[in-house]
Unconditional design. Structure first.
Length: 348
């Protein structure tokens, strides 16, 4: 099985990508609205066909990207039937199965943090995604969204701690840089519910946390109750001036064939050294030339009346040129994928 753990530093949310290594059919768990471009790029680069986006619960600290993935890739959004949310493609109950080959997940209902919390468990019981029900050396707060410390205690004890001790547990959040734990570790070391903790020990602990409400709760909960469907600008879903692809490394790239066919609609910026312009790779007709090492000082010379396509020998230096231009406030800029090497190989 293909597996990736991704992180949003603002909300400290983990997003998980699972896919069958043979069929490349895959799932995303607990997506983040602002990380849509990053995660879509990873799905694309790994050749994954995204079939579902799954929520462990209705989040209060970030907005899901489920609707954006549904609109862009046709994936189905998945939520607990007890979540109270509308607009999901699939509602699940305890024991339901989301099929994706070796990435298939079985639903375990684990309410308590919220009424609609679920834990997704792989069929071989080797991995479980606990959302906010059980965190690493912690547990999800129970003081809002139909939370109940008593119910959470039973969920953890009866639905999570009954998994094999070696089962890897992946939470929706961690605020101390920890990435994974095991059932056995939490049963022994979790300070809220591990060891010999009774239900009254746990509820007494949880009822006296005194935590402030999440900063984004007034925005996140209403948005997540409709699966993240909200008004977005065209730019929020990517540039519209051309077939720009946002890579997992964070670079906007564009196909050189399209650039060749639309030369009049863009400004081509060549950032190679002067000695390279007369070499075997030649130079794109009509392009302007500013070496990469001079670009920061000469950025004002770059025309901004058209989108800018940066090019170099292989596409590496021009990717950095894009970053320099973006930092200078240029919005419509992309890297010519593969540079002049690919331009020549395509016979352009």
């Amino acid at each position: 099985m293909l597996f990736r753990q991704l992180f949003d530093p603002v909300s400290c949310t983990y997003t998980y990508l699972l896919a069958d290594a043979s069929t490349r059919r895959g799932l995303l768990i607990d997506t983040v609205f602002e990380q849509f471009d990053r995660d879509r790029a990873l799905v694309h680069e790994l050749g994954v066909t995204l079939t579902h986006t799954l929520e462990t619960h209705v989040h209060a600290d970030h907005v899901t990207a489920a609707w954006r993935f549904h609109r862009a890739l046709g994936s189905k959004s998945v939520l607990s039937r007890r979540s109270g949310a509308t607009g999901a493609d699939v509602y699940v109950d305890d024991g339901d199965v989301i099929e994706a080959g070796t990435a298939t997940l079985i639903v375990r209902s684990t309410p308590g943090h919220t009424d609609g919390c679920v834990t997704y468990v792989t069929r071989d019981l080797r991995m479980a995604f606990t959302g906010d029900a059980l965190l690493i050396r912690s547990a999800g707060r129970t003081d809002f969204q139909q939370g109940s410390a008593h119910e959470l205690y039973r969920s953890i004890k009866e639905r999570i701690f009954t998994l094999p001790d070696e089962c890897l547990l992946y939470p929706a959040h961690d605020y101390a840089g920890r990435t994974v734990t095991t059932v056995g570790e939490e049963k022994r070391w979790n300070p809220r519910i591990g060891g010999e903790a009774s239900e009254s020990d746990f509820t007494g602990y949880m009822d006296n946390l005194g935590l402030p409400h999440p900063k984004q709760i007034d925005v996140a909960v209403p948005a997540n109750l409709v699966c993240g469907k909200r008004e977005t600008t065209a730019r929020a879903d990517g540039p519209t001036w051309g077939p720009v692809v946002h890579t997992f490394s964070g670079v906007n790239e564009i196909d050189p064939v399209w650039v060749s066919e639309h030369r009049a609609a863009v400004t081509i910026l060549d950032v190679r050294e002067p000695v390279e312009l007369g070499g075997d790779l030649g130079r794109v007709e009509g392009s302007i030339h500013i070496p990469l090492g001079e670009l920061r000082a000469r950025v004002a010379e770059v025309p901004r009346d058209k989108p800018i396509v940066c090019v170099c020998r292989s596409g590496r230096r021009s990717a950095q040129a894009c970053a320099i231009l973006e930092k200078a406030g240029v919005q419509d800029v992309a890297n010519s994928a593969g540079g002049m090497l690919r331009w020549r190989a395509l016979g352009l």
